[in-house]
Design a binder for this molecule. Structure first.
Ligand code: SER
Length: 405
C-alpha cells in the first residue's frame, strides 16, 4: 500500500523530473495584500509571482502546502473534507500552457499512481457571458479519451472576489464499488482530486476582467483525498496519517460515535496547526475561526461526557500533527494555549449558566435580551442556545451545538 509520504514523493519527483523547483511551504497566513483570511490553496504564497514578479527559483515550481478551508465546515465529517489539509501543487509562471499541464496530470495519475483511465472523469469550463468555452482543455481531454462534462460556475476559479482568476479543468476519480457511471455533477462518488487552473485574468474592483499579459497555470491536488483513493479507504478519515487519531481518541475518551470521532479529529488537528502558525483565539478574524473550532470541539466532547477535558489529549497527537505539517513549535506550548482556551470557555459557560438561570430568561428571548447577554456577559446567541438546551429552557429558537458559521 502506498503511504501518504510516498504519495508526496511521487508527485514532487514527477514534477522535478520535468524541470520544476521545489518551493518551501508557507504558513496558513497568506502574504500581505491577499484578499483571503487563510491560505486556502497552494497558490496563495505564490500570488505575487503568478501576477508577474519573477520567482527566484524560476518559472516551473512544485510544492506541498497546508491549507485551511472554512467554506467546507458544514461538510466536515463527510468522506472527503478536512478543515486543514495538504495540497500538492505545480505551477507554470508564464512557462508552459494548460494542455501541457493536463497531459502531465493524466500521465501522473495513470502511470505514477496507477489510477485506471476508465475511473477518471473531467470537467471543463463551458463558457459564459464574459469568457468563451475552454476549447483547448476540451480538445486535450478528447484526445486522451477521458470523458468530459462542461460546467460554468464550477469550472471558474478565483482567488477571492478580486484578483487572479480563470477557467479550470478538474480531474475526478470514481470511488464507488461498482463500475463508474454518471458524471461529476450528478454522482458524488466522482471525487475531485486535482484542479488545473488557467490563470488568465485579473478581476478588478469594478467587476471588469483584464487579460493577464503573462497567463500562468496553477494546479492543486488534495493530498488526503488522493491517498484515500490510493489506499482504497472509505473516507479521508481512514488513511494512514489519521490512524493515530482514530486509535488514541477512543482510548482516551472511550467509545465515540463516528461523527463525533471525525469532528474531534478534524477540529483538534486543525487547532494544533493553526496555533502553531502563531494564531491565538480571539473575538475577531483568524483568532475567531480558531476559537469557534475549539468551542465546537469542546461542546462535541462534552456531549459524549460532560467530565471529559482536553487536558487528557495524548501528547503524541500534538507531536504527530506538528511533525506531519513540518511545524517547528514546541508541543508543550501548543498544549498550554489549548488548555487556556478550554479554561476560558468553561468559565464563560459557568457565568452564562448563572445568568440564564434567572427567571426573566425563561421562555423565548427578545432581541434586546440577546443583545444584553452578548454585550454585558459575552454570550453569543449560539452559546445561549447551547446553554438553554442543557438547561431545558430552550424554546427551539437556537441550535444545541454552536454553529461555526
Ligand atoms: N487554486 C486552485 C484550487 O484551489 C488550484 O490549486 O483549486
Amino acid at each position: 500500500m502506498i503511504t501518504t509520504d510516498q504519495t508526496v514523493r511521487t508527485f514532487l519527483e514527477f514534477f522535478r523530473d520535468r524541470g520544476h523547483e521545489l518551493t518551501p511551504s508557507s504558513s496558513l497566513i497568506p502574504p500581505p495584500g491577499d484578499p483571503v483570511l487563510f491560505t486556502t490553496s497552494g497558490m496563495h504564497p505564490l500570488t505575487p509571482y503568478l501576477m508577474g514578479t519573477p520567482h527566484p527559483l524560476g518559472s516551473r515550481l512544485t510544492g506541498l502546502q497546508r491549507c485551511l478551508r472554512t467554506t467546507d465546515l458544514d461538510e466536515i465529517g463527510d468522506d472527503t473534507h478536512l478543515t486543514v489539509f495538504e495540497m500538492l501543487g505545480s505551477w507554470s509562471l508564464g512557462d508552459y500552457d494548460g494542455p501541457r499541464s493536463l497531459r502531465w496530470g493524466y500521465e501522473l495519475l495513470r502511470d505514477g499512481f496507477s489510477i485506471r483511465p476508465d475511473r477518471m472523469h473531467v470537467t471543463v469550463f463551458g463558457g459564459d457571458h464574459e469568457v468563451d468555452p475552454d476549447h483547448r482543455s476540451w480538445e486535450t481531454w478528447s484526445d486522451l479519451g477521458v470523458p468530459i462534462e462542461p460546467t460554468t460556475h464550477d469550472n471558474w476559479w478565483s482567488n477571492g472576489p478580486i484578483g487572479l482568476c480563470g477557467p479550470d479543468s478538474e480531474i475526478f476519480v470514481w470511488t464507488g464499488p461498482e463500475s463508474p457511471h454518471g458524471t461529476p455533477t450528478t454522482d458524488d462518488r466522482w471525487v475531485e482530486v486535482w484542479n488545473h487552473v488557467m490563470l488568465t485574468y485579473l478581476r478588478h474592483e469594478d467587476g471588469t476582467l483584464q487579460p493577464l499579459p503573462r497567463p500562468s497555470i496553477d494546479t492543486g491536488l488534495g493530498l488526503e483525498r488522493l491517498v484515500r483513493i490510493l489506499q482504497s479507504q472509505p473516507s479521508v478519515h481512514n488513511i494512514d496519517i489519521l490512524h493515530p487519531w482514530r486509535t488514541l481518541l477512543p482510548q482516551t475518551w472511550g467509545p465515540l460515535d463516528e461523527p463525533s470521532l471525525r469532528l474531534l479529529t478534524d477540529h483538534l488537528r486543525s487547532t494544533i496547526v493553526i496555533l502553531s502558525d502563531g494564531i491565538t483565539p480571539s473575538p475577531t478574524g483568524r483568532g475567531y475561526v480558531l476559537r469557534r473550532l475549539i468551542r465546537r470541539t469542546l461542546t462535541t466532547l462534552w456531549h459524549t461526557n460532560p467530565t471529559h477535558t482536553l487536558t487528557d489529549l495524548p501528547f503524541e497527537l500534538f507531536e504527530h500533527t506538528l511533525d506531519r505539517f513540518r511545524q517547528p513549535s514546541d508541543p508543550t506550548d501548543i498544549r498550554t494555549l489549548l488548555f487556556d482556551e478550554e479554561r476560558k470557555f468553561t468559565q464563560l459557560l459557568d457565568r452564562g449558566r448563572k445568568v440564564l438561570s434567572q427567571n426573566r430568561f425563561n421562555g423565548p428571548l427578545t432581541p434586546e435580551q440577546y443583545r444584553y447577554l452578548h454585550d454585558t456577559h459575552g454570550l453569543p446567541s449560539d452559546l445561549i442556545g447551547y446553554l438553554r438546551v442543557e438547561n431545558n429552557t430552550d424554546t427551539g429558537e437556537s441550535s444545541s451545538q454552536p454553529n461555526l458559521r
